[in-house]
Ligand binder design. Structure first.
Ligand code: GLN
Length: 492
């Protein structure tokens, strides 16, 4: 109750948001109970004006909360009783998982993704499944079958995508933490647009078992939170080797898998920054960057210099080709990954006819326009006669982009860029698909290379947040989270 009053009072001061942290929630659980806190969260979500959730796991979350309350003395999980929102492309046993697509409407997974299992082991409570672009294909959350999510800073604007629901729900103070997935920027873009923090981990650092694939050579599940300390904690819980994901890497302790302890926050952020070598890749500040965005990011870098970091301009010559290469690879993989949605196994089923007719009826009815566009383009670029010209060429560019990062990291410890070239745009403003693809210019090279990167708020313009992207070496999550904590401390 006090918590609800607190939110109402704060909402008067800042009309749309009062973000909460894990420690706020743990404190509330101590004062009352996990069940009461879950009930308060459910109430907030019910009143949401932002269309952040596709499914609210009301019964399951209350049931789990009661269990945690009854086992309280034995439970020492780091998230004991803390509600978390999960993107709707991450499998949750017994809770509907749709990928924001009509084709999966009503699908209930029979198993949990490894990340969800890890969260349950720490006592977390899945409060619901968040809205997203259909099959994670997008930059705005407008392509969801369940309607667009709205940006809590300005409901006329998009929250970014594709993990728009996961970012907006944290920004609106409905939950403290959430999970998204990032194939070409889908954690970092909405983090940037909604003024929260989001991490795209190193490829292989977090298990993708149970993540419904869009483009599997590029994507990672990533945490989102209101502050860097919570982000680091959440990352330390979901990261680590998983034999069920053949791309998962056993990095052992002392590297990315252990991030969260001693980094991110609480730690002496000045110590993280003293002597740090920052690279500023000129290509990421090119044409089309909103001047207010560039200014906020450069101011953030100056703060780091004031704390003892040094800064050099870096040349990453293949950046200009990354966007085209990304879209060819992502669409090619999507065309193959989405072949499994055939109306026979999951979700939507039309009237039974012969196999071929049923297959095409289900797909014609079940997939939205953007998903169909990508399946068609992906199939085209993989087809005989065009494979070498498009797909193979894109793979070669991918290698060159990766080499740009390898050589940059010989000279510097981190790279800093704007996460997005602009603040959140209006719903319906970028209807031409190419203009949305172009907005991903600074996030997709990171997925091509597989390195980690975090988006942290560094300023605002026209009432909308601006995100700074901090990119690190493979499995150097601790360092980029430490630098993000320093930016957070300096920028407020
Ligand atoms: N906007 C990019 C795309 O549409 C990235 C999406 C993502 O990271 N899932 O492919």
């Amino acid at each position: 109750m006090i918590y609800v009053i607190y939110i109402i009072v704060c909402n008067r001061i800042q009309p749309y948001m009062t973000m909460i942290s894990i420690s706020d929630v743990l404190r509330r659980i101590k004062e009352s109970s996990a069940e009461e806190v879950v009930a308060e969260h459910l109430e907030q979500i019910r009143k949401s004006k932002f269309n952040t959730f596709i499914t609210v796991a009301e019964d399951q979350s209350l049931q789990r909360a009661r269990l945690i309350d009854s086992e309280e003395s034995e439970s020492n999980g780091r998230l004991s009783g803390v509600p978390i929102a999960i993107k709707d492309n991450i499998s949750t046993k017994g809770i509907k998982t749709t990928c924001a697509s009509h084709i999966l409407d009503g699908y209930i997974p029979p198993y949990d993704a490894t990340v969800v299992e890890r969260l349950y082991n720490e006592g977390a409570i899945v409060i619901g499944k968040t809205n997203m672009d259909e099959f994670a294909m997008g930059t705005s959350t407008e392509s969801s079958y369940f309607g667009p999510t709205r940006n809590p800073y300005n409901p006329d604007c998009v929250p970014g995508g594709s993990s728009g629901g996961s970012a907006a729900t944290v920004a609106a103070g409905e939950v403290a933490i959430s999970l998204g997935s990032d194939t070409g920027g889908s954690v970092r873009c909405p983090a940037s647009f909604c003024g929260v923090v989001g991490l795209k981990p190193t490829y292989g650092a977090v298990s993708r078992y149970g993540l419904i694939s869009y483009a599997n050579s590029l994507e990672q599940i990533g945490p989102m939170a209101s502050n860097v300390q919570d982000l680091a904690l959440l990352y330390s819980i979901i990261a680590g080797y998983d034999p069920k994901d053949s791309t998962s890497v056993d990095v052992g302790t002392g590297t990315g898998a252990k991030t969260g302890e001693g980094t991110g926050a609480g730690a002496d952020t000045n110590a993280e920054v003293r002597g740090l070598k920052i690279g500023i890749p000129a290509q990421y500040f090119g044409e089309g960057i909103d001047p207010a965005v560039e200014k906020a990011v450069r101011n953030g870098v100056h703060d780091l210099e004031d704390s003892g970091a040094t800064c050099t301009e870096i040349d990453m010559p293949h950046t200009d080709y990354a966007l085209a290469a990304y879209y060819i690879i992502a669409m090619s993989e999507a065309s193959s990954n989405l072949a499994r949605f055939d109306g026979m196994r999951y979700g939507l089923r039309t009237e039974d006819k012969d196999v071929i007719t049923t297959f095409s009826d289900v797909r014609a009815l079940g997939f939205g326009e953007e998903v169909k566009r990508r399946i068609i383009l992906g199939t085209f670029s993989l087809s005989t006669g065009y494979h070498d010209r498009y797909y193979l060429k894109a793979l070669k560019i991918r290698t060159l982009v990766k080499q740009d990062f390898d050589s940059a990291f010989k000279d510097v410890d981190v790279l800093i860029t704007p996460t997005m070239p602009m603040p959140a745009f209006k719903i319906g403003e970028l209807v031409d698909p190419i203009s949305q693809y172009l907005a991903d210019v600074n996030t997709v090279p990171i997925n091509l290379a597989g390195v980690p990167s975090v988006s942290v708020p560094c300023g605002s313009t026209r009432g909308l947040p601006i995100g700074m992207q901090i990119i690190g070496r493979y499995f150097d999550e601790s360092r980029i989270l430490g630098v993000a904590a320093a930016v957070e401390a300096a920028r407020g």
